[in-house]
Design a protein around this ligand. Structure first.
Ligand code: HEC
Length: 149
């Protein structure tokens, strides 16, 4: 019972991690260097989030230092997000919606919120993982549901 509730509450995270699985083929055929760069930034977001996810699932041992490294990287990537999307570059394979550039302030704000989550949280025990990851995953999803195809 307890376990069931636990997994249910992890659903946003599972969604984020599954999205990561589409990366490999999504990059195929993308030509615009700016689009490639911002996709790589996002792939890196997913890689770092995955580290936290694997720790929660005990697929890799808990390591506070590694967890904090991942969280710090997520924060740095979030800070770099507005600049990576500043130029309205397009590519037939882009997953970015055009409204990003109509609402660039709101888009940047969502990136800043993720940077804040990373900056104001810390992970020192296994139990710290879940709340941090939930907040992080919600933040990814908040932006994706609005600005990603
Ligand atoms: C401020 C908005 C925003 C935030 C926050 C955000 N993303 Fe994204 N993400 C995007 C957009 C826009 C795209 C589509 C980019 C493109 O295809 O040009 C994207 C694409 C991706 C992709 C696909 C990349 C590819 O190679 O096609 C992954 C994976 C991803 N994001 C993971 C994450 C994760 C994990 C987080 C949270 C830790 C996150 N993103 C936070 C906006 C955001």
């Amino acid at each position: 019972m307890l376990k069931k509730t636990y997994w249910k509450s992890l659903t946003p995270l599972v969604i984020v991690l599954t999205l990561g699985a589409t990366i490999l083929w999504a990059h195929n055929g993308v030509k615009d260097p700016i689009v490639i760069k911002r996709m790589k930034l996002m792939s890196s977001m997913a890689d770092n989030t995955k580290v936290l996810g694997q720790m929660i699932k005990k697929q890799i041992p808990f390591d506070a230092e590694l967890a904090m490294e991942a969280l710090t990287s997520i924060g740095d990537l979030a800070k770099a997000t507005p600049a990576a999307f500043e130029i309205n570059a397009s590519d037939p394979k882009t997953g970015a919606k055009q409204i990003i550039w109509d609402e660039f302030k709101d888009f940047s704000e969502l990136a800043n919120q993720l940077a804040d989550i990373a900056a104001t949280n810390s992970i020192s025990t296994y139990d710290d993982l879940r709340p941090v990851l939930m907040q992080t995953a919600r933040s990814c999803k908040a932006c994706h549901s609005k600005y990603r195809k």
